[in-house]
Design a protein around this ligand. Structure first.
Ligand SMILES: [Zn+2]
Ligand SMILES: [Zn+2]
Length: 118
C-alpha cells in the first residue's frame, strides 16, 4: 500500500500516536513472520526503518519492515557488522518499489533520505 506523500520536501512531523499506528500496520502485515528470513517469530519481531531515521528515513508503512532479532541486530543482521549487504538489499527493494509506483526520480530521492542507491 502506497500513500502519495503530501509533503515531499518537508515531511510532516507525526505524533507518537500516528507513529504507533504505522508500526502497528507494518506489524499486522508481517503477521508474525520475519520479512527477511520468513521464519515465524510472533510478537518477538522488531520494527526496522529500511532507510534509517539517521539517514533521513521516515515513519511510513513503506519504510518499515518487521525483522527477527537475528536479521535485525545479529552479526549478519541489518545493523550487524556483516549486515551491509542486507541493508543495501532492503533499500534497493524499497527504491525499486517506489519507482514501480511511477514516482519521479526527485521524489524517490527524497523518500530514500536524499540519495539514490546504486
Ligand atoms: Zn529473520
Ligand atoms: Zn533497525
Amino acid at each position: 500500500m502506497y500513500v502519495k506523500p503530501l509533503f515531499v520536501d518537508k515531511p510532516p512531523k507525526l505524533t507518537k500516536k500516528q507513529i504507533e499506528k504505522v508500526k502497528q500496520i507494518v506489524r499486522e502485515n508481517a503477521d508474525g513472520y520475519c520479512q527477511e528470513c520468513d521464519h515465524w517469530f510472533g510478537e518477538a519481531l522488531e520494527f526496522h526503518h529500511i532507510v534509517f531515521q539517521s539517514q533521513g528515513g521516515r515513519d511510513t508503512i513503506e519504510n518499515g519492515i518487521m525483522l527477527c532479532h537475528g536479521c535485525h541486530r545479529g552479526t549478519n543482521g541489518v545493523h550487524g557488522k556483516n549486515g551491509r549487504e542486507l541493508d543495501l538489499k532492503l533499500k534497493l527493494k524499497l527504491q525499486d518499489y517506489y519507482f514501480d509506483q511511477g514516482l519521479s526520480e526527485d521524489i524517490v530521492r527524497v523518500l530514500m533520505g536524499g540519495k539514490l542507491y546504486p
